[in-house]
Ligand binder design. Structure first.
Ligand code: AMP
Length: 549
């Protein structure tokens, strides 16, 4: 297995094979099989571009050979930062085909995250758009290339000016040739962890494991070749990529339609024009879609099911989704690390609206444990821990962290507080891990704090998620100032200048005299989040210019 990854326990691996969870499949060969089976059916729609399965597989073949000609070889890592464009799946499968391991990152990530991911993965190449939403990715890439020794190639979707050392992706093209099949037990790609301590960690997802996840999710959701999936959220999310998402739809022979983003207008138009039957969104997007559905001229009649997950969904909002969008709601509790729990079409309404369903695989083991790791009975709330055929065995190159992230018998500690109803449905009640979930975005307070501490006006800081009706949580920085209190916009600009992605920037700053401490001397974030510390009146809650709702 790739150096830096933890292999599965041999006995469990043997059991997964014996039970047929792991079938010795790799994602590259699977695409070829699906292409053979579905041939002239439409696999992918990206604006005006429509690709049949045959065309997609042929493109993947040429790209794979092209990447190989540029020196990429099995086991190499490549950071892939693309928005929802046809090149995303084409590049991903081309890299799978030659055994190269993509690291999926979000288009919103900036120099700080990209540099970290290139360094941590030892990436030899980075695939990026030239510009996206007005941001010059090429400039960022050239900077990172100058700083990360392993990075040899930049592959650009779009234009490369004369004299710039980068390769337009359209020139990555060579006569197809056979390559050795990737080992099914090998890492197929890396996803990013929400990050509880600092910058994201890399989550290895294997071919066999992901093949199992998508196969099981497809059958759980009843996806067929007649289905049309709208990729509204970024494709680099596990939710969009394979829950069952893009890969699951390919597996079923359906059609994947790419949306630039989850805005209701664009997505509703695509749903009507392309006859979309299912999609996946986070609760904040669901709320916006409901508001828009009331007056939108687009008809959503083909929509059969909307998956909502990635962040807590209130029962009230859940009850409005089906009637408001004219389709079935499916709740999704998902982790990039693996475990996927879904409500089922046959579940009673009560279960669909108030629980996060059941794990999709018979091989998933879930337990609710107390602080000492002892298993709790039905309906008792504790930490959710899990292991199974598609859940990771360890983060990449994170030996020390792996010791706390897993139990001795290999269960992954999700950091989520949950209970299992007597009927066996999972209910997420909150979380233990120090992560802020704003909409569906996961923000690490530790990462923000370390950057904020470099600001000259910040003496001490605690970043906390405070409840918010719309986003679920908002990012609030409680700052003990050094001299003149800093204004919110100053802090945001300073963080942007340090290369942080916009979605991580604080929504609010509160100026306080001292950080409250727990009996153990840790910062009492619960008290801060609950409004238990009175901020200085003058500088508190400064309005944010151009604030998004
Ligand atoms: P990610 O790995 O970015 O997909 O984030 C996974 C985390 O998102 C979980 O561990 C939960 O904290 C949170 N999450 C995902 N789905 C739900 C859900 N349906 N309800 C509440 N929290 C969720």
């Amino acid at each position: 297995m790739l150096d830096g990854c933890i292999p599965p326990d041999v006995h469990r691996a043997a059991a997964y094979r014996e039970k047929g969870y792991w079938r010795g499949e790799n994602l590259s060969a699977l695409l070829r099989t699906w292409a053979g089976r579905h041939d002239c059916a439409t696999a992918l729609v990206d604006g005006e571009r429509r690709l049949t399965y045959r065309a997609l597989d042929a493109w993947v073949d040429r790209l794979a050979a092209g990447f190989h000609r540029h020196g990429l070889e099995a086991g190499d890592r490549v950071v892939v930062q693309l928005p929802n464009v046809a090149e995303f799946p084409a590049v991903a499968f081309a890299l799978f085909r030659i055994g190269v391991v993509p690291v999926f990152t979000l288009a919103s990530h900036r120099v700080n995250e990209i540099r970290h991911l290139c360094e941590l993965s030892g990436a030899r190449a980075y695939v990026l758009p030239d510009r996206h939403h007005g941001f010059d990715h090429l400039e960022l890439a050239l900077r990172v290339k100058g700083e990360v020794a392993s990075l040899e190639h930049l592959f650009v979707v779009g234009d490369v000016p004369e004299g710039v050392e980068a390769i337009p992706l359209r020139e990555v093209d060579a006569e197809p040739r056979p390559f050795p099949e990737p080992d099914p037990s090998e890492v197929a790609f890396f996803l990013l962890s929400g990050g509880t301590t600092a910058l994201p960690k890399l989550i290895p997802r294997t071919h066999d494991g992901y093949a199992h996840q998508t196969r099981t999710a497809v059958s759980f959701c009843g996806i067929t070749h007649e289905d049309v999936y709208l990729a509204a959220l970024p494709m680099g999310f596990n939710f969009t990529w394979g829950s069952p998402g893009v890969v699951g739809t390919f597996r079923a022979g359906g059609t994947v339609v790419l949306a630039e983003g989850p805005t209701a207008d664009d997505c509703f138009r695509l749903i009507q024009e392309e006859g979309v039957t299912f999609t996946s969104i986070v609760p904040t997007v669901a709320q916006l879609w409901l508001e828009t559905a009331e007056w939108s001229p687009y008809r959503l009649t083909t929509l059969r099911s909307v998956q909502v997950g990635g962040a807590p969904l209130t029962a009230e909002l859940a009850s409005r989704i089906g009637p408001g969008l004219g389709c079935r709601l499916q709740q999704v509790f998902g982790t990039s690390e693996g475990l996927l729990s879904l409500t089922h079409d046959d579940d009673p309404l009560e279960v669909v609206e108030r629980t996060q369903g059941r794990p999709i695989s018979p091989g998933d083991e879930i337990r609710i444990v107390d602080e000492d790791g002892a298993a709790l009975p039905a309906d008792a709330t504790g930490e959710l821990i899990t292991r199974g055929p598609y859940t990771l065995h360890g983060y990449y190159r994170a030996e020390e962290y792996n010791r706390v992230a897993f139990t001795e018998d290999g269960f992954f500690r999700t950091g989520d507080l949950a209970r299992i109803t007597p009927e066996g449905h999972l209910v997420i009640e909150g979380r233990i891990k120090d992560v802020i979930v704003r909409g569906g975005d996961k923000i690490s307070p530790g990462e923000l704090e370390s950057h904020l501490l470099t600001h000259p006006a910040v003496a001490r800081v605690a970043v906390v998620g405070v409840p918010d009706e719309y986003h679920g949580e908002r990012v609030c920085a409680f700052v003990v100032p050094d001299g003149e209190p800093p204004a919110l916009n100053d802090l945001r600009q300073a963080l942007q200048a340090r290369g942080l992605a916009d979605y991580k920037l604080p929504d609010r700053v509160e100026i306080i005299d001292a950080l409250p401490l727990t009996g153990l001397g840790k910062v009492d974030k619960k008290r801060l989040a609950a409004g238990g510390v009175t901020p200085r009146p003058a500088a508190s809650a400064q309005p944010l210019q151009g604030e998004r709702r």
